[in-house]
Design a protein around this ligand. Structure first.
Ligand code: GDP
Ligand code: MN
Length: 380
């Protein structure tokens, strides 16, 4: 789960990483009030779950309440790479002398958390990694040993930070960032830029914070930071029903049992010349309620022209799934053509069931490729 900048900064604040004072605003009037409370120059920042807001016009300085209100009116409603700006973070402006970069993330290859630090911050870290890889210091932490103070020094000296006051402040921030990473079960904690102000204060000016979904049960307070408005309505409905669903932009709606089979189904639809409207994993079951829930979500997407069921029965019996499909279709009316491919345990029985009882819009195919071709044809 990705957090907004202001939420990430709240977590930074909890471990003692210095951040600027700020307020959330959802209207130009609230932005004005926030600027009044903060006093002085402020920065008006679009809160969207994507980076590069500065370049997209989502971050602007304002010289007081009047200007804050104007800038807020300009930024609210902006579309930043497909993300509509509904919220703003109004923050006391900083006078920036230097922009550094600091992050900790998972290096899956090394099976360890990986720190990255460079004095060339503020820009895309991928650019730094490509153009001056030597400027980017990388350091793994052994999760069993935990973070060691020498590791912060290695990062700081490696990147060539010289002023002693900066070194001390950054060392403290590195340690606290690791603590945040572990304590909040993060997948990524990134500060870009980590600034040095003109009077020598080191502070997190931005935050990118990703928390492991599988650990949210341990963090009720973070779990409720999820903003339902940030997700497409279909995904929201799916989440509420416990269906694993990701909206895509094709026209063939997909239901498969198991994430791997669902992924292969997307590929086969592409191979057949079509495009999937979604990823949907029915899970192991295939009981009627699960099928009804998934079908409701898939047919709620206006781009869907045909539906492809792809089910492999390993432990799941496909005749049970066929009964689930029939029961679901008796509970709801679906105008879309539906192509069903069932294989594996009790597939013969399943085919007989469907051919005897399925409505006319249901087409049964024996192989995954034939089913995909049929579904693509029917979606055209
Ligand atoms: P991003 O573009 O989404 O990564 O958003 P950031 O929060 O990193 O801000 C982008 C850039 O805006 C920073 O690198 C700064 O150069 C600038 N910026 C943000 N906040 C301030 C501020 O308080 N004062 C000044 N002078 N510039 C700021
Ligand atoms: Mn940034």
């Amino acid at each position: 789960m990705d957090l907004y900048e202001y939420q990430g900064k709240e977590l930074f604040g909890r471990v003692g990483i210095p951040v600027s004072d700020g307020r959330l605003a959802t209207s130009p009037e609230e932005a004005r009030r926030a600027a009044e409370e903060l006093g002085g120059q402020v920065v008006v920042k679009a809160q969207v779950l994507t980076g590069g807001r500065g370049k997209a016009g989502g971050i602007k300085l304002a010289d007081g309440p009047d200007e804050a209100e104007e800038r807020a009116a300009e930024i609210l409603g902006l579309d930043i790479r497909g993300h509509l700006v509904r919220k703003l973070w109004i923050e006391a402006a900083s006078e920036i002398a230097k922009e550094y970069y600091l992050s900790v993330t998972f290096d899956r290859g090394a099976k360890r958390p990986l720190f990255m630090f460079t004095t060339q911050g503020g820009v895309d870290i991928e650019e730094v990694a490509a153009s001056s890889p030597d400027a980017l210091v990388r350091l793994h932490v052994d999760p069993f040993e935990g973070f060691q103070p020498w590791q912060a020094r290695r990062l700081i000296y490696g990147a060539g930070v010289e002023p002693a006051e900066e070194q001390t402040q950054i060392a403290a921030i590195v340690e606290k960032l690791y603590r945040a990473f572990v304590e909040f079960d993060a997948m990524l904690c990134e500060i870009n830029p980590l600034i040095v102000t003109t009077d020598g204060q080191v502070r997190a000016l931005d935050s990118k914070f990703t928390v492991d979904d599988n650990a949210l049960f341990r963090h009720a307070d973070i779990a409720q930071m999820r903003d339902p408005d940030a997700y497409p309505p279909e995904e929201r409905a799916a989440r509420e029903k416990g269906v694993t669903y990701v909206k895509l932009d094709g026209s063939v709606g997909i239901l498969a049992n198991g994430a791997g089979l669902a992924m292969s189904t997307l590929d086969v639809v592409a191979l057949a010349g079509g495009r999937a409207a979604n990823f949907c994993d029915l899970g192991g079951g295939g009981d009627a309620q699960g099928v009804v829930d998934a079908l409701e979500i898939i047919t709620g997407d206006a781009q869907v022209r045909s539906i492809l069921f792809n089910v492999f029965g390993g432990i799941t019996r496909t005749d049970e799934v066929a009964r689930g499909i029939l029961q679901a279709l008796s509970q709801m009316t679906i105008a879309h053509p539906i192509v069903v491919r069932l294989d594996g345990t009790n597939a013969e029985e399943a085919h007989v069931l469907l051919s005897e009882a399925a409505p006319a819009n249901v087409h049964v195919e024996k192989t995954m490729l034939d089913a995909a071709r049929r579904a693509v044809e029917l979606a055209a």
